[in-house]
Design a protein around this ligand. Structure first.
Ligand SMILES: Nc1ncnc2c1ncn2[C@@H]1O[C@H](COP(=O)(O)OP(=O)(O)OP(=O)(O)O)[C@@H](O)[C@H]1O
Ligand SMILES: [Mg+2]
Length: 392
């Protein structure tokens, strides 16, 4: 079997993985330069600096922050200064204690995960920083998740972190990353810590920028001449709608895998089209995440009512919606508002609502699920609604 598979288009597929950080982030020179200007006093004068990185999905915030921190550490070493960095993903760790624990773990990987208060853990961290004479840049990625859940106290705790003793050397700098504006979530003292001038914006990538990103990643990941120029263009085009580099890289990888499955030896536009169709389901996923409580309940209702059927009427959907509301202890919205919910889901392209369907006389509106099987959607919605309840 192994001898029948053709030559792969990939030479280093790992460079397409989500945590690979390229040496150079094309079209992020401005942001990189601003970071250097903002954080140079850390090395030059031992003072803390803070910044906020903001922009929509896949605009390179996390990758730029990582690349910057790696370069900063290396540059500091050359100046005989010790600078280190740690990135906390606040989607995974959205409580004060799990954030602080992760930071303590950076120096003490075996530190016990319970039994210490936040104050104690911060004291231990301070000792580590003093002992190692190191300045630590703490990157709070997806910081809005933490701020929403735990408030901005943690910012205060982490920024009032000076070395005890005579010589003044500040120990910690912060970098916040968020898609949303975090200033609304900060208290007054934290707002002054993060001056508004220290905000670095990441715009959506343009078509041309995406083309360069795909070309760069193609050179790293693929064999020579393993992708058609038209295919690169098409990847840029399909991802330009979102300006999202992650999507572009995902399509590149999926297209490569499709080419390999066929033993084609080269990625062409057909592989890109196939990859786009597959990736579409993950877009649906992200749309679902953005729904509010009643939109989710409506979708759950439609999923329940649609089992084994091509479409449901709005009457059936509304009845199922009331049952779902009861189940989740929510007060159902009134009839007109329910129509609004259906319209939202239609606009998002998750369902299609059309005037009457086959086999139905008169002017009834019928609702069809577009991309996801009813069973899958049902389970998905329950999972989301359940985890939403736990958070409240
Ligand atoms: N300018 C760039 N050059 C090369 N690769 C890039 C560039 N920008 C982003 N990427 C790549 O695109 C992917 C997504 O980038 P990243 O994770 O930094 O996005 P993000 O802004 O943090 O998105 P999110 O808000 O969803 O977390 C990563 O694989 C990253 O390496
Ligand atoms: Mg990110």
């Amino acid at each position: 079997m192994w001898d029948t598979i053709g030559k792969s288009v990939f030479k280093a597929q790992r460079t397409l993985s989500f945590d690979y950080v390229p040496q150079k982030l094309v079209h992020r020179e401005t942001q990189m330069k601003r970071l250097i200007m903002l954080y140079r006093p850390v090395i030059e004068s031992n003072v803390s600096q803070n910044a906020v990185l903001t922009g929509s999905v896949g605009t390179g915030k996390t990758a730029t922050a990582k690349r910057f921190c790696m370069d900063l550490k290396e540059f500091a070493e050359k100046q005989q200064k010790a600078v280190d960095w740690v990135l906390v993903n606040c989607r995974q760790r959205n409580s004060e204690s799990s954030v602080v624990l992760h930071i303590v773990n950076h120096f003490q990987p075996n530190f016990p995960d319970r039994g210490f208060s936040i104050t104690e853990m911060l004291r231990i961290l301070r000792k580590d920083l003093e002992k190692r004479k190191v300045h630590l840049v703490i990157v709070l990625d997806e910081a809005d998740m933490l701020l929403k859940k735990a408030g901005s106290d943690i910012i205060y705790k982490l920024t009032r972190f000076e070395e005890e003793g005579v010589e003044s050397r500040e120990l910690v700098s912060l970098m916040l990353i968020s898609q949303k504006n975090v200033f609304d979530m900060l208290d007054a003292s934290s707002v002054s810590t993060f001056k508004r001038t220290n905000v670095i914006e990441f715009d959506k990538y343009t078509l041309d920028e995406l083309r360069d990103i795909v070309a760069q990643r193609g050179e790293l990941a693929l064999q020579d001449n393993a992708i058609d120029k038209d295919a690169v263009d098409l990847i840029a085009e399909v991802s330009a709608e979102w300006g999202d580099a992650r999507f572009a890289i995902e399509i590149l990888e999926k297209a490569g895998m499709l080419a390999d499955e066929e033993g084609a030896g080269k990625i062409d536009v057909e592989h890109v089209r196939g990859a786009k169709a597959e990736a579409y389901s993950s877009i649906t996923e992200s749309k679902l995440k953005g729904l509010d409580e009643h939109q989710k309940l409506t979708l759950l209702a439609i999923a329940k009512a649609s089992r084994g059927k091509a479409y449901v009427t709005t009457g059936e959907a509304e009845a199922a919606y009331k049952v779902a509301c009861e189940e989740y202890d929510e007060k159902p919205r009134a009839h007109t508002a329910f129509w609004g919910l259906l319209k939202d889901l239609d606009m998002l392209g998750i369902v299609s609502a059309k005037k009457s369907g086959p086999g139905i006389s008169g002017k009834t509106t019928v609702i069809t699920l577009l991309d996801i099987p009813a069973k899958v959607l049902d389970a998905k919605m329950r999972q989301m609604l359940d985890s939403g309840q736990r958070q409240n």
